[in-house]
Write a protein that binds this ligand. Structure first.
Ligand code: DGL
Length: 255
């Protein structure tokens, strides 16, 4: 089926998932919607996040998308259950902090999770915490200012390094040997986070696992693009044309 996969985020962050899909599924058309007008979502109320996410999904479905990837941990935490109930015929893929692979591979028995405030309060994270928290110590930190830095294309400034140090160092000093990136904006800061965390700390990003899940669901629902189909890439936003252009540029920019 040559209809596009719809991908949604509050802004630029979901492009980290877009890039994994672009690499893994070259025949699939991708329609990306980055809200942009109301980003960041992380400290907004659940009611607001739910409303914005539903608007975004409506928009992507009106563009004919065959599947929706909610490429935002925050929107997933708040809205995925409701979306699956509202659109039972559409396959949805959500994002949640990759606690499991970190918990299963930590050598020191301590992991760190970096995410937005709303994601850390969400059911997915709390369930993962309840499941793995008995064997593994789970430290958490909000990436205060991270989303804004990525939105402003300021990944490499001294100010950004400072906010990264503030969030990441307590995790490292607490003994974490795995740090989970629980927000899709954070992979754009991966190199900086790695530098601050130092050797011996592995940074875990879920985008490739999400791409594998999307591939499985395409097969299960029998909706893969035809062999040899030429993919189209579209970038939509609730902000302005300039923001749409920024999304397009960032999508093809090497991290
Ligand atoms: N990319 C979103 C996430 O994964 C950022 C949330 C926000 O806008 O604060 O959580």
């Amino acid at each position: 089926m040559n209809r596009a996969i719809g991908i949604f985020d509050s802004g630029i962050g979901g492009l980290s998932v877009w890039q994994a899909l672009y690499d893994a599924l070259p025949n699939e058309s991708l329609t990306y919607l980055g809200d942009g007008a109301r980003c960041p979502y992380g400290s907004r109320s659940s009611a607001e996040i739910l409303r914005y996410t539903e608007e975004a999904v409506e928009r992507l479905l009106s563009e004919g998308c065959k599947m929706i990837v909610v490429a935002c941990n925050t929107a997933t935490a708040v809205a995925i259950k409701r979306l699956r109930e509202s659109y039972p015929t559409i396959p949805f893929v959500g994002l949640e902090p990759a606690v499991k692979p970190a918990a299963l591979t930590t050598k020191r028995g301590i992991i760190g999770v970096l995410a937005t405030e709303r994601s850390l309060q969400g059911d997915h994270f709390r369930q993962a915490e309840a499941k793995y928290g008995a064997e593994v110590k789970i430290l958490r930190a909000v990436g205060e200012g991270f989303v804004e830095a990525v939105e402003r294309n300021e990944e490499h400034t001294a100010e950004t390094e400072e906010i990264i140090r503030k969030a990441v160092l307590p995790l490292v000093e607490g003994g974490a040997d795995k740090i989970v990136l629980g927000c899709t904006h954070y992979p754009f800061l991966r190199r900086e986070i790695e530098r601050v965390a130092g050797d011996g700390v592995e940074i875990i990003d879920s985008s490739e696992a999400v791409a594998r899940r999307v591939a499985t669901l395409l097969d299960e629902n029998n909706i893969r693009a035809e062999e040899g189909a030429t993919a189209e890439y579209r970038f939509l936003t609730f902000a302005d044309e300039e923001y749409a252009e920024k999304l397009r540029k960032k999508a093809f920019q090497k991290r």
